[in-house]
Design a protein around this ligand. Structure first.
Ligand SMILES: [Zn+2]
Length: 238
């Protein structure tokens, strides 16, 4: 008999937790979050029952970290698949000038950063992505909204860790700037998905029926969103 070896894990007691919850991240590995009076002898049998999921999720988190570590610190180009633009990025070693910490765009897809300090560069690149999101993703949302006849109130472009988009009760839509790195078909799907939430604020069968009406391929596209993290560079993912 081969016993499954449980990976190292930490137990976190949470006042707010009602049930046992598992969380996997590259920073903290496997965390088991339990309510205050939880009987901790129940943890290991649960982990054993979930071993396939744990192994897979830990593996994914590790692959993501390795992938990000293998990337250059400062990108020389940025591939925005969503809008079919590849930008060349140049850095100027100019940190002492008063203009340091600014970026400028050149019409033939060249971006110049007035610094070469990695932290500042990443910050500037993220600001630039937010502005690109305002210019392109927000516009695309308005276009699709008119196309399918589902109005929304306001759109905000955000830097979000895990969500591609969200929609509030008052029909305000948030879009993750990381969408700029995804293929247009996936971006279109996310925008349609969020616009359908203006009618149904849940993932009920009525909601999916509405999604299907505007995007018949949603069953193929939706799971793809889980596997496209490689398209988002490390500096944009943080
Ligand atoms: Zn949704």
């Amino acid at each position: 008999m081969v016993k499954f070896l449980l990976p190292a894990y930490t137990i976190r007691i949470s006042d707010r937790a009602k049930y046992l919850r598992l969380r996997v991240s590259s920073e903290h590995g496997l965390e088991v979050i339990v309510p205050k009076d939880y009987d901790q002898t129940r943890i290991e049998p649960i982990l054993l029952a979930k071993q396939a999921w744990i192994t897979k999720t830990l593996g994914n988190a590790q692959a993501r970290t390795e992938f990000h570590k293998s990337q250059p610190l400062l990108p020389s180009e940025v591939n925005l698949q969503a809008i079919a633009q590849i930008w060349q990025v140049n850095y100027e070693d100019n940190i002492t000038t008063p203009k340091a910490g600014k970026y400028s765009e050149n019409p033939n897809l060249k971006l110049l950063l007035n610094t070469n300090s990695p932290d500042l560069c990443h910050q500037l690149l993220r600001h630039w992505l937010l502005s690109m999101g305002d210019r392109y993703l927000a516009k695309e949302l308005k276009r699709i909204s008119l196309e399918i006849g589902l109005p929304f109130s306001k759109v905000t472009i955000r830097q979000q860790k895990t969500l591609w988009g969200s929609c509030s009760q008052s029909k305000n839509i948030s879009l993750n700037y990381k969408l700029l790195f995804l293929p247009p078909a996936l971006v279109r799907y996310v925008l349609i998905h969020e616009l359908c939430h203006t009618i149904h604020l849940n993932h009920s069968s009525k909601f999916w029926k509405l999604v299907q009406k505007f995007e018949p391929n949603y069953l193929i596209l939706d799971p793809q969103l889980r596997d496209v993290w490689q398209m988002v560079p490390a500096w944009a993912a943080n």
